[in-house]
Design a protein around this ligand. Structure first.
Ligand SMILES: Cc1ncc(COP(=O)(O)O)c(C=O)c1O
Length: 353
């Protein structure tokens, strides 16, 4: 029987919450009342058979691509799933970074692909090493999967490195799926999407994590037009058509994206300054962007349990990223909560005398 669930997603939905929640991965919720939007414009039904044109155009403009390359999807979760479903056949090899976001592995396994791995090591700052990718390719590799920014570490992969990986994929007859859900959390000189790097690139992203509007599930895939069309046809078997009120709110979110971005930036940068000071006190390297950080703590499960029971603070145990000696810390929800949660985490890490 094929793999049919995600342990991480289940944990995130049922066990993440705590008084001081550092187990998040995205920016805190942006309230509808703060969005300059005339509710009289909301409609239940609309012309969206293969995408709602105003939203497709807004996504295309945001990414600087042709609307024919845009496939609407319910969040990056479904974008990843639909992209993999279109690109993989049972028994194909899919080469996925390690560590990675668990549901990427779950989706590949659900599709009966064979998952192979290449390492992004803590020693290298979780860099993507094209030589490691090349060594891990097999004659059956049809897809290489990378998160950029990297979840859990927030490491940024440069265009040069991604291009090298693209070259390897092209020679192997494979695609590269880049999950860019956190890319816009690089607030200065934000990199452009890797979709530009070649026809083998397929990108999954959304407004869910960096802009605080997860509830409207505004996500997308970027793919060359013929492949994008195949994905739209495949979606006829899944969601068929998107939720139209969500599409309208997606258009409104794009219209006010600079405002959403500025609000998010303020919270994330305040939290990051706090986290940076904490890391410097520990003699660990500083972090420059993103909403998550991966921290070595010894036994991640034991630490996360003690942190929750004795300090009312939650973090994500590293086992969900197949690195059980770590925990992941999330920024961007509420700076007061973050500061207090971090203070408690530091206390929990301090050996008692
Ligand atoms: C790398 C990565 N991709 C996708 C998702 C899911 O995003 P969405 O809420 O848009 O479905 C997450 C959520 O944590 C993520 O970390």
């Amino acid at each position: 029987m094929s793999h049919k669930q995600s342990e991480y997603m289940h944990w995130a939905k049922t066990s993440q919450r705590a008084r001081y929640n550092l187990a998040t991965s995205g920016v805190g919720a942006f309230p509808l009342r703060d969005l300059p939007f005339d509710l009289a414009k909301l409609e239940i039904n609309g012309d969206n058979s293969y995408g709602y044109r105003p939203l497709t155009e807004a996504i295309a403009a945001h990414n600087g691509v042709d609307p024919d390359c845009v496939v609407e999807a319910a969040g990056t979760s479904f974008a990843n799933h639909l992209a993999m479903a279109a690109l993989l056949e049972p028994g194909d090899d899919v080469l996925i970074e390690h560590p990675t976001y668990g549901p990427l592995l779950d989706a590949a396994l659900y599709l009966d692909a064979t998952v192979t791995r290449f390492a992004r090591t803590p020693e290298s700052g979780y860099a993507v090493d094209p030589a490691a990718v090349e060594r891990a390719l097999t004659p059956r590799t049809r897809l290489i999967v990378i998160t950029n920014l990297h979840n859990p570490s927030s490491a940024l992969t440069s265009e040069a490195v991604l291009s090298e990986v693209g070259g390897l994929a092209r020679n192997a007859g494979a695609h590269v799926l880049v999950d860019e859900v956190y890319l816009d959390a690089v607030y200065a000189n934000t990199p452009r999407t890797s979709f530009y790097l070649g026809p083998e690139f397929v990108v999954a992203s959304s407004l869910t994590k960096v802009y605080g509007v997860s509830g409207i599930r505004c996500g997308w895939i970027l793919a060359r037009p013929e492949l994008a069309w195949r994905m739209r046809r495949l979606n006829d078997l899944f969601g068929a058509t998107p939720v139209h009120p969500g599409e309208i709110l997606g258009v409104a979110a794009f219209e006010h994206l600079p405002m959403l971005r500025e609000r998010a930036r303020r919270i994330v940068e305040a939290d990051r300054a706090n986290l940076r000071a904490f890391l410097e006190r520990r003699g660990e390297c500083s972090l420059r962007w993103g909403t998550t950080h991966f921290l070595p703590v010894g036994n991640g499960d034991a630490f996360a349990t003690r942190l929750r029971t004795e300090f009312e603070t939650s973090v994500v145990p590293g086992r969900f990223f197949e690195m059980p000696d770590y925990v992941r810390i999330g920024m961007g929800v509420d700076s007061e909560m973050f500061a207090e949660g971090l203070r408690r985490l530091e206390q929990a890490l301090t050996p008692s005398r």
